[in-house]
Design a protein around this ligand. Structure first.
Ligand SMILES: *[C@@H]1O[C@H](CO)[C@@H](O)[C@H](O)[C@H]1NC(C)=O
Ligand SMILES: *[C@@H]1O[C@H](CO)[C@@H](O)[C@H](O)[C@H]1NC(C)=O
Ligand SMILES: *[C@@H]1O[C@H](CO)[C@@H](O)[C@H](O)[C@H]1NC(C)=O
Ligand SMILES: *[C@@H]1O[C@H](CO)[C@@H](O)[C@H](O)[C@H]1NC(C)=O
Length: 328
């Protein structure tokens, strides 16, 4: 009997060792794939332990997933949740600015499928980097670029100018703070004139503005209204709960409401949707080596991860009043 128990215990240790070895191999692949370097042996082991925890977390998310999303190793797999923090909302700013906001509706029924990327007005997803909570600035600039692309001509605009000139800086914020800043400073300059550094520094406004905005709108908290707006008016910035995105690889995220609630902490840009297949297409600011070439898809119709909470868009008035419909 005791021999049996001893064998049983040994086989348990054996399985643990096999699992550890497998995970070490995955970790070594991860290091090669994402070109990671660690300063010391201790750091290597600390990162390996975090990596193992993240693998566990990804497995849990996979078990709980109801859509087609796949979770697993991403370039963030060696970071703790605290280190991963890429954005922070500022709820106060919302309530402070609420008096300025007017909600708009859209009368026309939405198209079935829409993808503004097919019109060539969505720039490649950029990387906000690890040390600046600037998601709001990337989402707002992506929106202004796309709105100009649709109603005027394509633009590459400076995110850094927005970070430097906005009160929010690298502290996180909402996109309407960004829109108000753009109006205040008289437009944004070209990206080439004012490159992204990922650190807040002095606001420069003596550069030639490349694009201005006239105003911005806050949409109703209603996904049908947002769909209609995206169909005929262009991209929409939204705030979401980012909890599932760290481990996200691809597919449509369809979270159980309890697994991703409507307490939002990240700003991204809606660039399209499919009403038939019930998903939104969103542009993130974590580089194009994350997710689906920098984009991700999220279930449409259930306020998944709070997507309908704070929809907004800049208004550009380029003098052309032609009607534009989103390409399918
Ligand atoms: C990998 O990292 C090293 C050191 O940080 C850097 O010099 C090199 O350019 C990187 N290579 C790639 C392909 O990113
Ligand atoms: C924006 O930048 C991209 C990548 O550098 C470039 O391919 C594109 O032509 C630029 N667009 C404009 C309108 O300058
Ligand atoms: C959302 O808006 C649509 C279109 O205006 C409307 O038919 C629907 O009742 C609204 N839904 C809610 C929950 O208000
Ligand atoms: C996001 O949703 C999860 C699950 O409901 C929740 O635990 C988490 O606190 C939410 N995030 C924020 C920033 O509140």
């Amino acid at each position: 009997m005791s021999l049996f128990l001893a064998l049983f215990a040994l086989s348990g240790i054996f399985l643990e060792t096999v699992r550890g070895t497998l995970e070490m191999m995955q970790f070594e692949n991860f290091i090669a794939q994402f070109n990671k370097t660690y300063a010391s042996k201790e750091e290597f082991h600390r990162r390996f332990a975090i990596f193992q925890k993240n693998l566990e977390e990804a497995k849990r998310l996979q078990r709980e997933e109801r859509g087609t999303a796949q979770y697993g190793i991403t370039k963030f797999s060696d970071l703790t949740d605290e280190e991963f923090l890429r954005c922070r909302p500022d709820h106060r700013a919302y309530f402070e600015s609420q008096t300025l906001l007017r909600q708009v509706t859209e009368e026309n029924a939405p198209v079935k499928t829409c993808d503004w990327r097919k019109k060539g007005v969505i720039s490649v997803p950029k990387n906000q980097g690890p040390s600046c909570l600037s998601c709001y600035a990337f989402a707002a600039v992506g929106n202004i670029e796309a709105q100009w692309g649709i109603w005027g001509s394509p633009k590459n605009l400076s995110v850094q100018q927005l970070v430097d000139c906005s009160k929010c800086g690298c502290q996180g914020g909402y996109t309407w703070n960004a829109f108000m800043t753009v109006i205040k400073i008289g437009g944004l300059t070209n990206e080439k004139n004012y490159k992204y550094t990922g650190k807040k520094s002095t606001c420069k406004t003596n550069l030639k503005p490349e694009a201005t905005i006239q105003d911005f709108v806050i949409l109703q908290r209603n996904e049908t209204v947002i769909c209609s707006h995206v169909s005929y008016k262009g991209t929409v910035t939204v705030a979401i709960n980012q909890t599932l995105l760290k481990q996200y690889q691809k597919g449509v995220i369809d979270p159980h409401p309890e697994k991703c609630d409507n307490n939002v902490d990240h700003a991204v840009l809606i660039v399209g949707f499919s009403r038939e297949k019930k998903y939104w297409i969103l542009k993130n600011s974590w580089g194009n080596d994350w997710g689906e070439n920098g984009f991700f898809r999220l279930r449409l119709g259930s306020n998944a991860c709070g997507i309908a909470e704070y929809p907004a868009s800049a208004i550009v008035n380029t003098g052309t009043f032609k009607r534009h419909i989103c390409p399918p």
